[in-house]
Each structure stands twice: as structure tokens, then as C-alpha cells.
Design a protein around this ligand. Structure first.
Ligand code: RFL
Ligand code: PHB
Length: 389
């Protein structure tokens, strides 16, 4: 097979990129290891920045998102005593959209056939070849048969564990990494949310987040040591912990119910530089990971593929080589700002095992400062809603 752009990975980054290229008539094929059902079973992001909702609108795929998604004007930080409301709409003139990654992915997947976007699922042993030249190719096995796709460029949208980043020689790439001593235990349940807006809580017993997917479906998280096993957390134990950490007001409005999904996600900050080498480009989690506290992972995937598709469209339509040459520099500038924000919100809202009374007093002071300063609230709001492209 031959195409202009071979895209590895059919998560949000790969599918959004594929649609953006197809909308301009550029040939591409997406190669994915998992099945479509498996991908739709993963419960991940819930909060979309304007960059992401604009991208779905640009693709003319935003209709269901606008119908079923929940636009939010603000969110809350809880410090054990009070709720500090960050009024995003008043402070920035923008909103965020609560609409699950599962739903975005479904919208992108469903539209693929009618938009001429070919996605090959269940592809085993995906490997990249000749990325340093201008005729790279991808091999994989499908239904027991070896296949080869020749392309002008390969885009690695294959998440943190995929093969694309690994194809860049160690002498060229530099990873920056911070691993946190806890993970987020998440629970999804068909019960109404305890609050109409998200609550991020820093309590003596640890972090908690009250989020949602719809007026009848809630998503909650607590932080737990990385050594913890999900089997040791019964639904009742999680609900009790949430009620304590989120505080009496939220607890009074919290409806308990059986979990329909329960999992622990480790927290990590990671950036790989550069995000390109030869004819290979990285986008989304393949190039960077943020702790979920800032709700930035999926949104960074959307900004990466916006930059990358512009560069590739310039290359194929106008023979412009500057866009592709400058992709990594452009994308990394925004990535590092989101990394900083996600890291700082994680530091503010979690109790780190090695922190002592000094660090705790600094957290208390910072929360008090945020509560009393519009300048501090604007800074948080403009980062949370998403910095401009
Ligand atoms: P994905 O979604 O991991 O997709 C990568 C795809 O590549 C495939 N793949 C391969 N394909 C072929 N061959 C191989 N060898 C392959 N290896 C892997 C995989 O099967 C997969 O389909 O990466 P992508 O597209 O870059 O998207 C990134 C987002 O998924 C991620 O950043 C977000 O989910 C992060 N995230 C959040 N982001 C937000 O913007 N807002 C949020 O509120 C938010 N909450 C979260 C999150 C992530 C979480 N977890 C579980 C990590 C909450 C959680 C709990
Ligand atoms: C979610 O609803 O899954 C969610 C919301 C906000 C975050 C992280 C996850 O910061």
C-alpha cells in the first residue's frame, strides 16, 4: 500500500489528524493495534478546551458534542474549609466543555468511512522503517499476513507506550520526566453529580475530584499510593473516602451507586524533545504526558495535531517546507506551558509523602492567595480554559 501520511495510533490524536488531512484531500491511513471496541472502552478525559471543541467544529463533527456536552463557566478548588470558585467565563470570556474522550473518539470513528479515512484496526507488530530518509514505511501484521505501507511522512500518534518515539535514536532525543508517588483511582457511576461544576479538593486525607460525564453519570477520583491495588477498593470504601475528602457540603449532595468502571492511573510528567526526526512526527501522548490535574492531555493532543496538520497541508499543497521543519519547536512551546500548569496544580492540590509542615503551609498560603486575588484567579482560569494556539 502507498499513501502520503501513515498515522500510527487511532486514539484522539491519530483520528483528529487523519480527519484534518482528509478534509484537505491528503491521503493517509491510520494503523491501530487495538480494536475499535477496546478503544471505546477506555474511560479517560472529560474536559475539553476551546482548541479541542474548535477542532471538532472545523471538521463539522461537533453537532453531538454541542447537543450532549455540558458547557461549564467555572470550576472549584476546595481547601477543606471552603470552595474557591474560579469563574472561567467572567475571567476569560470563554467556557470549557464537559464531553468524554470516549464520545469524541466515537464521533471521529463513526465519521471515518464517510470522510474516506481508512483505519486499520487489530494491526500487530507495527514497526517504523527508514524514518531518516524521505521514503519511510510502516510494516505490520494483520490477520496473520505481513503488510507494508509506504509514505512520505509517518506520524506517531501511538500514545506513551507506542513504537514511534522509540524509533528516534537516543543520540537525538531527550526525555524529561517526573514520576509522582501516587496515582488516581477513578470511579464511573450512573448517578447524578454532587455539584454542577467540578470540585478539586485538597484534604488532610488526600486529593479528590468530583467530575461528571452527563447530568446522570458521575466521574470521581481520589489519589492513592502507587502501590495500591484496585481490588482492595470496594465501591463503599471509595464513596466513604470521597465523602470525607470532598467535604460535608458535597457529601450531602453525593449519590452513591455501583461503579461501572474503576481503575488506577499513575501520574507522570513527561516531555520528549524534539517531537520530530527525519520524516517522523510525534503528536499527543507519544510525545508528552501531563498529570490529569489540569485536564490537559487530550487538549494537548488536539493542539499538536492542529499545528501538525497545518504543516503537512502546507507541505503537500504549497510545497512549503518551513511548516514541517518548525513543527516541533512550535508544538513544544505550548506543551511546556501546559506541563507547567498541570505540574503546579498537581503540587497545589496533592499531599506529597515527603512534604513536611513547611510545604503544607505554602499550599495553605497559595490557596488563600488564590481565594483573595483576581490576578491569581485569572492566571488559573486562562490556563485551565486553554492558552491560545
Ligand atoms: P492515546 O489515547 O493513548 O491513543 C494512542 C493509540 O495508539 C495505539 N497504539 C498503537 N497502535 C499501533 N501499534 C502500536 N504498537 C501501538 N501502541 C499503541 C493505542 O492502542 C491507542 O489507541 O493517545 P492520544 O491519541 O495521544 O490521546 C491522548 C489522550 O488519550 C490523553 O492525553 C488523555 O486521555 C489524558 N487525560 C485527560 N486529558 C484531558 O485533556 N482532559 C482530561 O480531563 C483528562 N483526564 C486523562 C484524564 C487521562 C487519564 N488516564 C487514564 C491516563 C483522566 C485519566 C484518568
Ligand atoms: C474527568 O472527568 O475524567 C476529569 C476531569 C478533570 C480532570 C481530569 C479528569 O482534571
Amino acid at each position: 500500500m502507498k499513501t502520503q501520511v501513515a498515522i500510527i495510533g487511532a486514539g484522539p490524536a491519530g483520528l483528529m489528524l487523519g480527519h484534518l488531512l482528509r478534509a484537505e484531500g491528503i491521503d493517509c491511513i491510520v494503523i491501530e493495534r487495538a480494536s475499535g471496541d477496546y478503544i471505546l472502552g477506555r474511560i479517560r478525559a472529560g474536559v475539553l478546551e476551546r482548541v479541542t471543541t474548535d477542532l471538532m467544529d472545523r471538521l463539522d463533527l461537533g453537532a453531538r458534542m454541542h447537543k450532549e456536552g455540558l458547557p461549564h463557566d467555572g470550576f472549584n478548588l476546595a481547601d477543606g474549609e471552603r470552595l474557591i470558585r474560579i469563574d472561567i467565563a467572567a475571567l476569560t470570556g470563554k467556557q470549557v466543555m464537559v464531553y468524554g474522550q470516549t464520545e469524541i473518539t466515537r464521533d471521529l470513528m463513526d465519521a471515518a468511512p464517510s470522510r474516506g479515512l481508512e483505519v486499520i484496526y487489530d494491526a500487530d507488530d507495527v514497526a517504523l522503517h527508514d524514518i531518516e530518509g524521505d521514503a519511510p514505511f510502516v510494516t505490520f501484521t494483520k490477520d496473520g499476513k505481513e503488510q507494508r505501507i509506504d509514505a512520505r511522512f509517518i506520524c506517531g500518534c501511538d500514545g506513551f507506550h507506542g513504537p514511534s518515539r522509540q524509533a528516534i535514536p537516543a543520540s537525538v532525543g531527550k526525555p524529561f520526566e517526573l514520576v509522582y508517588p501516587f496515582g488516581w483511582l477513578g470511579i464511573l457511576a450512573d448517578v447524578p453529580p454532587c455539584n454542577h461544576e467540578l470540585i478539586y479538593a485538597n484534604h488532610d486525607r488526600g486529593f479528590a475530584l468530583a467530575s461528571m460525564r452527563s447530568p446522570t453519570r458521575s466521574r470521581y477520583y481520589i489519589d492513592v499510593p502507587v502501590t495500591e491495588k484496585v481490588e482492595d477498593w470496594s465501591d463503599d470504601r471509595i464513596w466513604d473516602e470521597l465523602a470525607t475528602r470532598l467535604g460535608p457540603d458535597a457529601a450531602a449532595h453525593m449519590t452513591r451507586g455501583p461503579s461501572i468502571e474503576k481503575s488506577i492511573a499513575p501520574l507522570r510528567s513527561f516531555v520528549f524533545e524534539p517531537m520530530q526526526h527525519g520524516s517522523l512526527f510525534l503528536a499527543g501522548d507519544a510525545a508528552h504526558i501531563v498529570p490529569p490535574t489540569g485536564a490537559k492531555g487530550l487538549n494537548l493532543a488536539a493542539s499538536d495535531v492542529t499545528y501538525l496538520s497545518d504543516a503537512l497541508i502546507g507541505y503537500f499543497k504549497r510545497n512549503d517546507r518551513d511548516g514541517v521543519a518548525g513543527y516541533s519547536t512550535k508544538a513544544l512551546a505550548r506543551v511546556w506551558k501546559s506541563e507547567r500548569f498541570s505540574w503546579s496544580l498537581t503540587k497545589l492540590m496533592h499531599r506529597f509523602p515527603n512534604d513536611g509542615p513547611f510545604e503544607r503551609r505554602v499550599q495553605v498560603a497559595e490557596l488563600a492567595y488564590i481565594a483573595s486575588s483576581e490576578a491569581a484567579q485569572i492566571s488559573i482560569a486562562e490556563n485551565y480554559v486553554g492558552l491560545p494556539l
